[in-house]
Unconditional design. Structure first.
Length: 480
């Protein structure tokens, strides 16, 4: 989590007295901006405690052997929560979890069984700093990348969670983590985290303040998602593609003529009626459809490179490519520049980037400011034709819409993890109206994306402002 108010120009040299040294001897642990937060907490008008003092139990779990006999199906097992499954909204997607056998939960992993309102902190890897409450009545367990904290009766779990999500809490977690290959914090250190502990009434009032902000922020995010989800219906209506004709469950049995299958795939999923109906609907739409291969001059896979470095060129992987844009979260760097690469992957404005593995079919448009990346081998660079008038953002919009997604789903290959070949990518059908219509549709899609982005930013500010107010209250700078 980003530290907003800490100095970016921390001194390279600073002096400590011998009596100021603790168990740790790594330099970053004693950075002046970290120590300043502790001084600020000591000035709080409220009693200062630690997680260890206000908890009955601090624990973590384990991870059974991947794919081993300890796992089972969701209808027979116990939810197994990992650090990537938690968030400040306290919402867990149980459909995406792994499940362990009841016997494993009650015996091998009995010390890490969760109870309602247990505090969960991510303590290993890139998710360090994530904090949540387990708000569910059902049984669950955790892995070793999560610290569970069972609080005593005098502490409001929601209050403690929100404190840890303020800068005052996050800075302590940032200080404690060891910046090794896989950053980590141990349970003893979790117990040492300092927490201002006002009266239970004040804790409850602060928790209500934060919950109200979270609900308002969540409302804005739902508005944003609604806007983004409306793009599909908008494009289908404007292009006169009747998706409703094949919505719903696909039949278990259906007939395919031998002539239809000639020189094509013979796997059952490829010939599902919804997939065939989509292709017909595109062909019967208001505008002529063209294959993507007819719209581009070149399709080039990126560079396979695994030797990452602390400096160098940003290396764009599948996880960094989002619909319509880029996300540099956990981006890697490689010690090369685009000119060093003996492939035509030097990016130019208006190139289309398309994921071919992982989550195949995610498309983004390269802007003039995005040319500094080197793309991985799991991303395809598509160079639009220079002699054909088109709105490239419109093409990207189609690829990211249900029109493109359903075709990618049908044509991806591989039983376990689907992938796209260049031949498949070139065969994707793109409804191709006059350029003036493309411009109009692209402008509307851009407008909805922009409005959604502003709503999400507003949602973030609402919660962020509430956290800052909580800090001021706890430091005695503002009344509740």
């Amino acid at each position: 989590m980003r530290m907003k108010n800490l100095a970016n120009d921390s001194p390279l040299v600073f002096v400590l007295g011998r009596n100021e040294l603790e168990d740790r001897i790594d330099v970053r642990y004693y950075k002046p901006e970290y120590r300043q937060v502790y001084k600020n907490l000591e000035g709080s008008p409220f009693k200062l405690s630690t997680l260890k003092r206000i908890s009955d139990k601090i624990f973590s779990g384990m991870t059974p052997l991947s794919g081993g006999p300890d796992y089972t199906t969701s209808d027979k097992g116990i939810p197994f929560v990992r650090s990537g499954d938690i968030n400040e909204r306290d919402v867990i997607d149980f459909d995406s979890l792994l499940y362990v056998k009841k016997q494993v939960h009650c015996q091998k992993m009995k010390s890490s069984r969760l109870e309602k309102n247990d505090l969960l902190l991510a303590i290993v890897g890139a998710t360090i700093g994530q904090v949540a409450l387990y708000k569910y009545d059902g049984e669950a367990n955790i892995n070793q990348a999560i610290a569970g904290v069972r609080l005593k009766k005098g502490a409001n779990p929601d209050y403690v969670k929100w404190f840890l999500l303020t800068e005052l809490g996050q800075t302590q977690l940032e200080r404690l983590k060891r910046p090794v290959a896989r950053a980590n914090i141990n349970l003893q250190e979790i117990g040492e985290i300092r927490v201002p502990l006002p009266s239970r009434e004040t804790q409850n009032s602060i928790s209500a303040l934060m919950q109200e902000a979270l609900e308002r922020g969540t409302g804005k995010e739902k508005e944003a998602e609604s806007l983004l989800n409306s793009i599909d219906d908008y494009l289908l209506q404007e292009l006169d593609i009747a998706l409703s004709q094949f919505e719903g469950a696909s039949p278990y049995a259906y007939e395919i003529g031998a002539k239809s299958m000639r020189n094509k795939r013979i796997d059952v999923a490829y010939w599902k009626p919804p997939h065939r109906e989509l292709e017909r609907s595109i062909g019967n739409g208001k505008y002529e459809a063209m294959q993507l291969g007819e719209l581009v001059d070149k399709t080039i896979n990126g560079l396979d490179y695994r030797d990452f470095s602390d400096s160098g060129t940003k290396y764009l992987r599948v996880g960094n490519l989002k619909p319509f844009g880029f996300d540099e979260t956990d981006i890697k760097r490689i010690p090369l520049i685009p000119e060093d690469v003996d492939k035509e992957i030097r990016l130019k404005a208006n190139d289309i980037l398309l994921t071919r593995k992982g989550t195949p079919g995610v498309a983004a448009l390269v802007g003039s400011e995005d040319r500094h990346y080197i793309i991985s081998s799991e991303i395809i660079r598509l160079v639009p034709r220079g002699d054909l008038r088109m709105n490239v953002f419109y093409v990207v919009s189609i690829l990211n819409s249900v029109i493109g997604k359903n075709q990618f789903l049908r044509k991806s290959v591989g039983a376990i993890m689907g992938s796209l070949t260049q031949i498949v990518v070139k065969s994707i059908l793109i409804p191709f109206p006059p350029v003036s219509t493309q411009d109009r549709l692209a402008a509307e899609v851009k407008s909805r994306i922009q409005r959604a982005r502003l709503l999400k930013e507003e949602a973030g500010r609402i919660v962020s402002d509430a956290k800052e107010r909580m800090e001021r209250i706890l430091l005695g700078k503002e009344n509740l």
